[in-house]
Design a protein around this ligand. Structure first.
Ligand code: SAM
Length: 242
């Protein structure tokens, strides 16, 4: 799976993507990640007082905050699409044009979008070879970006990672990359260790069997020490349903 991230803050991803399972998935080439900074697609070196090439402007109709302009984002998407096309050319397996098109998903983040779920992540692994993630900032992205992508007949989805408003789409992009990557066979040590594939519970215990804390003993539930896997699974299911 190749992730193409459109963001004005690529450095935010540095430490998260380097570590642990995702770091290993990158190293072992189960996934790859490319960044496209909309600021790099502004032609005139128009630097504002903060030394930034401004990608935002005031909203039509008034209101607080700024809106991300369409043009630099569209140029960044076009660059990602060109890279995807290039990489497909080197893969003889690729068949028709429409097949190539359908193997690319474009995701626009928005707090009011469709809720991202593990089921979505599983579907994405089956459907896509490339995902373009567009991280908004400020008050969001000029709505014409979504319209233009639809005109290109590309699959686009507005996704939310939860019912709360964040300052930007970088954390949502990391959430998606993490959740989708762990669905790729081989990324986790054993595919079977995917939580969704077995009876799992968020109520878990490890050594010691009896934890002594401030004069009290805290014991591991007996059933987990019983070796009776049927009973253990029943116990775990119960924890899940409360
Ligand atoms: N008024 C805007 C709206 O309702 O869409 C809020 C924009 S928010 C401050 C800035 C950006 O953060 C959004 O464009 C989106 O990319 C991202 N974002 C914020 N909360 C999010 C969430 N819950 N899920 C996905 N993306 C989110």
């Amino acid at each position: 799976m190749r992730f193409h991230i459109i963001t004005i803050f690529p450095e935010m991803f540095d430490s998260y993507l380097k570590e642990s399972i995702i770091g290993r998935a990158l190293k072992n080439k189960y996934i790859s990640i490319k960044f496209y900074n909309p600021r790099d697609f502004i032609k005139a070196p128009k630097v504002n007082k903060n030394n930034y090439r401004p990608v935002d402007d005031r909203p039509y109709g008034g209101g607080p905050g700024m809106v991300m302009r369409a043009e630099p984002i569209l140029k960044a998407i076009e660059k990602a699409l060109a890279n995807i096309r290039k990489s497909k050319k080197t893969k003889p397996k690729a068949k028709s044009r429409s097949e190539l098109r359908s193997a690319t998903g474009i995701i626009l983040f928005s707090p009011s979008g469709k809720k991202f779920t593990t089921a979505y992540a599983k579907g994405a692994v089956k459907k896509y070879t490339d995902i373009i993630l567009i991280s908004g900032r400020y008050e969001g992205i000029d709505a014409r970006v979504g319209k233009i992508i639809k005109n290109w007949k590309l699959e686009i989805e507005n996704l939310s990672i939860g019912d709360y408003v964040l300052t930007g789409g970088e954390l949502p992009a990391m959430v998606l990359i993490d959740c989708i990557s762990r669905q790729i066979p081989g990324v986790l040590g054993k595919y079977e260790s995917l939580e969704e594939e077995r009876v799992s519970s968020s109520v878990v215990y490890t050594r010691p069997e009896v934890l002594k804390h401030k004069g009290k003993n805290y014991r591991v539930p007996k059933v987990l020490l019983s070796g009776n896997h049927k009973k253990i699974d029943e116990w775990k299911k119960k924890q899940k349903t409360g």
